[in-house]
Design a binder for this molecule. Structure first.
Ligand SMILES: [Zn+2]
Length: 283
C-alpha cells in the first residue's frame, strides 16, 4: 500500500496538498472522485492514476473533453514520477511524493477503518461450519491485511505456518480475481495444491532404516524443510481457491502474505497449525 501525495495549484497558487492511498486514484470534478478537482473544465471523472508500485505509476485520461496535459501535450496514458505534474483545465496537479505505509502492526492510514480480527465466524462466501481467516477488504467489509504484519514473528514458526497453509484441501474453486494487496505484483495464477500423494512421495523417499523394512507404523517423520522445498518449487499464486483443514477455511493467497509480507495469523490459528503438523508427522 502506497500513499501518493499531490499538490494542487490553480492560477499559479497552491490550493491544497492531499495524500491518497487507493491503488487506483480517481481524479475529477465529481464529489466521489478521490482527488477532487474544482475546475469547470474538468470532467466528472477525468482521469485515473494507477499505482502498480512506487516506480510504476500510470496516469490515464478517461477520454475527457479538456484532456489531460503533460509537458504541453494531451496524453491518453503515460507514466508519472514524483516531481512531475499534469494539467487539467487551469488546474496543475503535481505528484509530490510516493511513500509506502510502514505497516508493522501500526496505525491505519488516515481515514481507514481498522478491523482487528482476522478470524471470522462466518466465511464471506457462506461455507458452513468453518471458521474463516485471510479474507480481506476491499471489496467486502473485512479486515485489511496490512494491519497484521509482524516482522518480529519467529521465522521458523512462520515457515511452519506457511507450509501448513498448503496442506488444506481445496473446498472452493470459484471466486473473483485476486491480487496481492501489498502491490508486489503477484496476481491470480493457476494453483497446484500439495496433495496427499506429494506427502506420501516425501515419506517414501525416506530411506528405510535397515531391519525395519515393512513396519507400517508409525511413519518416519518427514522434515519441515523437505516439505518447504517441495512447496517452494511450485509457482507462487494468489489464486481464487479456498483451502480447508476441516476447522478453518482460508484463501490460498494467505500463504503468500505470511511468507513474503510477514503477515501473522492469530495465535489460535498458529497453535492449531503447529499441532496439526506434528499430528501429520511433519517436524
Ligand atoms: Zn505480495
Amino acid at each position: 500500500m502506497f500513499g501518493l501525495t499531490f499538490s494542487i495549484h490553480q492560477n499559479g497558487a497552491l490550493v491544497r496538498r492531499e495524500t491518497r492511498w487507493e491503488d487506483i486514484v480517481k481524479v475529477g470534478r465529481d464529489a466521489k472522485a478521490h482527488l477532487r478537482i474544482d475546475d469547470e473544465r474538468a470532467s466528472r471523472l477525468h482521469a485515473i492514476i494507477e499505482v502498480a508500485s512506487p516506480s510504476d505509476i500510470t496516469l490515464v485520461d478517461l477520454g475527457s473533453e479538456a484532456g489531460t496535459i503533460v509537458d504541453g501535450a494531451r496524453v491518453n496514458k503515460c507514466k508519472i514520477r514524483p516531481g512531475e505534474h499534469f494539467q487539467i483545465g487551469s488546474t496543475r496537479i503535481e505528484l509530490v511524493k510516493v511513500e509506502p505505509w510502514a505497516a508493522a502492526g501500526s496505525a491505519a492510514p488516515p481515514g481507514e477503518e481498522v478491523l482487528r480480527t482476522m478470524i471470522l465466524d462466518h466465511h464471506p462466501h457462506d461455507t458452513e461450519g468453518l471458521r474463516a481467516l485471510g479474507y480481506w477488504a476491499p471489496p467486502l467489509d473485512l479486515p485489511q491485511v496490512h494491519h497484521f504484519v509482524d516482522a518480529s514473528w519467529d521465522a521458523n514458526e512462520r515457515d511452519a505456518v506457511f507450509a501448513y497453509l498448503h496442506l488444506g484441501e481445496v473446498v472452493r474453486l470459484s471466486g473473483g480475481y485476486s491480487w496481492c494487496r501489498f502491490n508486489c505484483g503477484l496476481v491470480e495464477r493457476g494453483f497446484e495444491p500439495i496433495t496427499d500423494e506429494d506427502i506420501d512421495q516425501l515419506f517414501s523417499d525416506e530411506e528405510e532404516p535397515p531391519g525395519r523394512t515393512s513396519d507400517p507404523s508409525p511413519a518416519t517423520p518427514i522434515s519441515l524443510s523437505e516439505l518447504l522445498r517441495e512447496i517452494r518449487a511450485k509457482p507462487e499464486t494468489m489464486g481464487s481457491t479456498c483451502l480447508s483443514d476441516g476447522h478453518f477455511i482460508w484463501p490460498v493467497g494467505l500463504a503468500h502474505y505470511v511468507d513474503k509480507h510477514l503477515v501473522r495469523p492469530p495465535e489460535e490459528f498458529v497453535r492449531h497449525a503447529l499441532q496439526q503438523l506434528l499430528l501429520r508427522g511433519i517436524r
